[in-house]
Design a protein around this ligand. Structure first.
Ligand SMILES: C[S@@+](CC[C@H](N)C(=O)[O-])C[C@H]1O[C@@H](n2cnc3c(N)ncnc32)[C@H](O)[C@@H]1O
Length: 226
């Protein structure tokens, strides 16, 4: 099993190039747009200052939160350049220094997929403590069913953890209500010739919300603290 240090060191080194490397291309821009659409739909604008971006990295999605936490100091350093006024701290999402009920909502993108089931469960437990009553937790995970379909094999820790909606339900127990889940990336739209992309995106959007959505590349879960 990989250590947290392996994961953090990887992002320490990637920090200066992360935005360009991951989100400067058409696939990254597509993911970014889809994730923003989901956050806009579920988080009331008035809650933004009281929300937490868990594993906020370089602050790509920090415009939806007043607070951010990340294990990598260089990633937080990049985020601080963009948002010097926000409350951004270095820390581990499994053991965050937040105490009881203080955030309205928490969201976390591209984090849980790097961890194992025990750490993911620890993150849900901690979030249950620091969220205010009825707070939402919005997280993404690779779809296990999609991965089985395409025979995906992770070569190392990077993005290795995936789950099906049934497995997520089991992980959550009675602490959370699974309010909804939506897909991201049903088709590899970024590999399709540019002139067909607008049409395919519409179909992609529709499939990501259809009964077949569990076959999208990623699933974004909207959970409510019970
Ligand atoms: C792929 S980046 C995602 C960053 C940001 N959420 C985004 O979507 O652009 C994963 C981030 O998770 C952070 N990370 C990894 N393990 C962590 C942990 N246990 N606690 C907090 N952050 C962690 C890494 O340092 C890295 O910044």
């Amino acid at each position: 099993m990989h250590s947290q240090r392996t994961v953090t060191t990887y992002y320490d080194q990637l920090a200066p190039d992360y935005d360009e490397n991951r989100f400067g291309n058409s696939y990254g821009q597509y993911l970014d747009a889809q994730e923003r659409k989901i956050l806009r739909a579920w988080l009331p604008e008035a809650s933004y200052p009281d929300n937490l971006d868990l594993g906020c990295g370089t602050g790509r999605l920090l415009d939806f939160a007043g607070h951010g936490l990340d294990a990598s100091a260089p990633m937080i350093g990049e985020a601080r350049k963009k948002y010097p006024e926000k409350d951004l701290i270095v820390g581990d999402a499994t053991t965050p220094p937040f105490g009881a009920a203080r955030f309205a909502n928490v969201y976390s993108f591209h984090l849980l997929m790097h961890l194992d089931a025990d750490k993911v469960a620890a993150i849900f437990r901690a979030a249950h403590q620091y969220l205010l009553p009825n707070g939402l937790m919005i997280v993404d995970l690779p779809s296990a069913q999609r991965r089985r379909l395409v025979n995906y094999r992770a070569s190392n820790w990077h993005g290795a953890f995936g789950a099906s909606p049934q497995e997520v339900r089991q992980l959550l127990g009675d602490d959370w209500e699974l309010v909804a889940y939506v897909g991201i990336g049903f088709f590899p739209v970024h590999r399709i010739p540019v002139r067909w992309r607008p049409t395919l995106r519409k179909l992609d959007d529709w499939l990501c919300r259809s009964p077949l959505r569990h076959l999208s590349s990623y699933l974004v879960y909207i959970l409510r603290k019970q």
